[in-house]
Design a protein around this ligand. Structure first.
Ligand SMILES: [Fe+2]
Ligand SMILES: [Fe+2]
Length: 134
């Protein structure tokens, strides 16, 4: 399971949103580290806190991206917002299950989050780039 490193293929050609995507990668990478580092001080509490930050930031980013898409009159806005909201519900549920001790945090969860973020930025977010450039 790898980190996510930024490169230009992720760029949505919008400074603020690129900055938020980079921050998302940073928070994901922190979670990645927290999970793979087996040191004594790296307890479940630490991992849950890092997951907290990521989940909060995902919601923050979705809101600002949606505001931007509304501003530019993006035609696929409703679909984009639904995809955000489905993922947000999914990670929030995972987050709760982890906090309640119903599931443990594993690399497969990390992989799910990683794949979703990468796939979403490269496929869905890239679609509004062609719209706002024209
Ligand atoms: Fe995004
Ligand atoms: Fe998005």
């Amino acid at each position: 399971m790898a980190r996510i490193d930024w490169d230009d293929s992720f760029s949505v050609q919008h400074e603020e949103l690129d900055g938020q995507h980079k921050k998302l990668f940073d928070l994901y990478n922190e979670l990645h580290e927290a999970l793979l580092n087996d040191s004594v001080e790296n307890t479940t509490v630490t991992r849950t806190r890092v997951l907290d930050n990521l989940v909060d930031y995902i919601d923050y980013h979705f809101k600002s991206e949606e505001n931007y898409l509304t501003e530019i009159g993006y035609p696929d806005f409703t679909k984009h917002r639904r995809i955000h909201s489905d993922f947000s519900k999914q990670v929030n549920r995972l987050h709760e299950d982890i906090e309640n001790g119903q599931i443990i945090f594993t690399t497969s969860l990390l992989k799910l989050i990683r794949n979703w973020i990468i796939d979403h930025i490269l496929k869905m977010d890239q679609q509004y780039v062609s719209f706002h450039k024209t």
